[in-house]
Write a protein that binds this ligand. Sequence first.
Ligand SMILES: *[C@@H]1O[C@H](CO)[C@@H](O)[C@H](O)[C@H]1NC(C)=O
Ligand SMILES: *[C@@H]1O[C@H](CO)[C@@H](O)[C@H](O)[C@H]1NC(C)=O
Ligand SMILES: *[C@@H]1O[C@H](CO)[C@@H](O)[C@H](O)[C@H]1NC(C)=O
Ligand SMILES: *[C@@H]1O[C@H](CO)[C@@H](O)[C@H](O)[C@H]1NC(C)=O
Ligand SMILES: *[C@@H]1O[C@H](CO)[C@@H](O)[C@H](O)[C@H]1NC(C)=O
Ligand SMILES: *[C@@H]1O[C@H](CO)[C@@H](O)[C@H](O)[C@H]1NC(C)=O
Ligand SMILES: *[C@@H]1O[C@H](CO)[C@@H](O)[C@H](O)[C@H]1NC(C)=O
Length: 521
Amino acid sequence: MSFSAAATGFVALFLSMTVGQVEPDWSVKYDPSQICALTGSTVKIKCSYTYPYKIHGITTKVKTRLWFTKGNNQVPVDLKKDSDYNGRIIYNFTDNSCNLTIKDLNLRDSAEYKFRFVTNQPDGAFTGLPGVILTVTDLRVQVRRSEMQTELKCESSCDPIKPPSYVWFNKEKKMEEQTSSILVSVRDGDRFSCSVKGHEDLRSRPVYAPTFTSANLMTSGQITEGRSVTLSCSSDANPEANYTWRKKNNQSIVSEDQQFVFWSILSSDSGLYYCTAQNQLGEETSGPVSVQVTYGPRPPSVSVTPSGEIMEGSLVTLSCSSDANPEANYTWYKEGEEAPKASGQNFTITNIMFKQRGNYYCEAQNSRGRCNSTVTVNVVLAPRNQVAAAAAVPAVFLILICLFLWILRKTKVWKQQSRPAAGQVPSEQVIPAEDDVAYSVVHFATKQEELVYSNINPTQSKRHKKRKEEEMVEYASVNCGRTRTAARTESAQQDSVEDPAALYSSVNKPGRNIRETPSGL
Ligand SMILES: *[C@@H]1O[C@H](CO)[C@@H](O)[C@H](O)[C@H]1NC(C)=O
Ligand SMILES: *[C@@H]1O[C@H](CO)[C@@H](O)[C@H](O)[C@H]1NC(C)=O
Ligand SMILES: *[C@@H]1O[C@H](CO)[C@@H](O)[C@H](O)[C@H]1NC(C)=O
Ligand SMILES: *[C@@H]1O[C@H](CO)[C@@H](O)[C@H](O)[C@H]1NC(C)=O
Ligand SMILES: *[C@@H]1O[C@H](CO)[C@@H](O)[C@H](O)[C@H]1NC(C)=O
Ligand SMILES: *[C@@H]1O[C@H](CO)[C@@H](O)[C@H](O)[C@H]1NC(C)=O
Ligand SMILES: *[C@@H]1O[C@H](CO)[C@@H](O)[C@H](O)[C@H]1NC(C)=O
């Protein structure tokens, strides 16, 4: 009994000794269980595992070993096969070691990492739970600016080293301060960054005032009135900059957005624009971006020098000027003539002739359209021709008297009609008003064939005179042709001015009425 009891006790002891020494339990151990690591660094997770060597006489063989963060125990996603960790995972497995190395850490690597192994035994699979909590952090410099000073603070979501100790840099130069917060005075070109001791190569992104600030036109092609136009400001800055827009020669801020949008641009919006990028460490203003709103020529303003009645033989300059973008070119025409008279803003006629009187129009043209205005050139006789006319009068008289005498002699009324009252017949034609004389003489002097016409038809001559009076009415008519978009943005007022018919009647009708009223009474 005692033997058997002793034997049983021995067997029990033997068995328990065998189990305790030879048959380890299922286990996975991680060291440490929580890790804080910097982005860009490499982390090594120490790991060991155990399992029973034999179960029911069957020798345990490990068939599969892996680390995972995604999936579950039954369907884990092996880190080696996870594209997020492409080439960054090193497994160094032995019978009891399950170390994991992850290179070039990034913030998305933060997770719970678990080791799992599967054996040939029924239900012989094991996952080490809980896993290792890995937190990947970057270092960030927070900037706090007050009136007097700028404070920089090195921040991270966990402490990669304990106790925390910092190393600050300005550009590549190590600074003296070793605390998490430092006070600095900022100069041009400064770039501050921080790191932790022992990891000086893993620095924070530097903080700096805006640089490479530039203003850009985002709208391509011709900028026409009414179009939507976007200006965009870009800049390199950390912390991120805010933006303000100004127009040249005006301190007022026109926009506080990075993108400055004209929803429907006006020609008055043309100009140079600048943007300023600003953050807590400073500001920088861009170069100008030019916005040129194009539009067809506005109704040209036309003028004649000298003004009023122009003596024949004078030097006359017709000037034309029209607001347009791009700048207009100018062509001068005479009304009723196809061929252009001149090109250019100024049309100079040296030694103007009477026959050159009349209406001239100037056409301003650019790529967006064309527009014309008319001006009247009123030429009167030069004094030297009037002198010639005066000299011509006695000669004409002489001829007429001879003719008269000849007629008298022929009709034999010389004695009865000794008084000159008989000169009635040709009086209207032969002794015209001085103006009419001058008129006819001009033609006499310039064109032989017109002499007949003007002399034998005084009523015709009077009609000419009346037309001359009409020509003296100063007016300019305006015609503009534009693209649809340009016309759409014109004000109603301008449209009415542009109506040639409306303008003509408003100038001429009252004049005609005044002339007709007295004859009607
Ligand atoms: C695994 O670790 C051993 C010992 O530390 C080393 O000799 C071996 O090169 C490592 N293998 C890999 C793949 O890193
Ligand atoms: C796993 O890491 C531990 C601790 O660094 C080391 O002693 C052991 O040799 C490593 N095992 C392998 C297989 O590299
Ligand atoms: C400057 O711009 C503001 C806003 O656009 C405007 O109201 C003001 O008239 C402009 N001043 C000058 C001098 O152009
Ligand atoms: C832009 O940022 C600077 C610096 O932080 C600040 O002083 C300023 O008020 C900001 N301006 C705007 C329009 O937000
Ligand atoms: C046209 O004449 C005006 C003055 O009469 C002058 O100021 C202007 O420069 C001239 N323009 C051209 C293109 O010659
Ligand atoms: C004036 O400009 C228009 C449009 O740019 C062009 O087609 C035309 O040939 C120019 N005329 C002259 C006389 O330069
Ligand atoms: C002046 O412009 C109008 C409108 O485009 C056009 O109809 C007219 O023919 C132009 N006049 C001349 C003489 O070219």
